[in-house]
Design a protein around this ligand. Sequence first.
Ligand code: OFO
Length: 183
Amino acid sequence: MITNRLSKTLTTALNLQMTKEAHASQIYLSYGAWAERQGFSGIANFLFRHSQEERNHMMKMLEYILKRGAEAVVTVIPAPPKNPENINTCFEKVFEHEVDNTKAVYKLVKMSFDEEDWATWNFMQWFVKEQIEEETLAMSLLDKVKIAGSKKENNTALYSLDRDLEKTPDEAKSAQDVTVDNP
Ligand code: OFO
């Protein structure tokens, strides 16, 4: 008796998205390590928390694939891109990565719609909503960095932004509070 409730096409696509979420986690992790070395420990802390959030997205995807009776394939994660040149480009890249991820999420929504797999379509709505929040967050951080002084990294406005990000609760709250159900 076949208990797998996911098509082959959707299984492949969901697995790819699972790896993409892991990749996003690595990107935030490497940008966080870079920011820490530049002396921006608040920004680094924010990026580390967000890395954890992306990892939870990966887990959410993995659990869904398994729950539907399909195979979750854990595979190699591509290396993160090279370090940004400055804080401004760091947040520009963060925004670009989020937009890129949104496009991948939309593809999955369309695929599940076309297949009339309403369970997957419904599951993906969580990611659609999440991406709105993440893009909004990335946009507002980019605005703040621009106001704080664009590419000049040794100014006091940027210093205080760094301090704010250290303690400002972002959507990710803190990594410790995050679970797969509440990423
Ligand atoms: Fe950046 O969000 Fe995952 O999906």
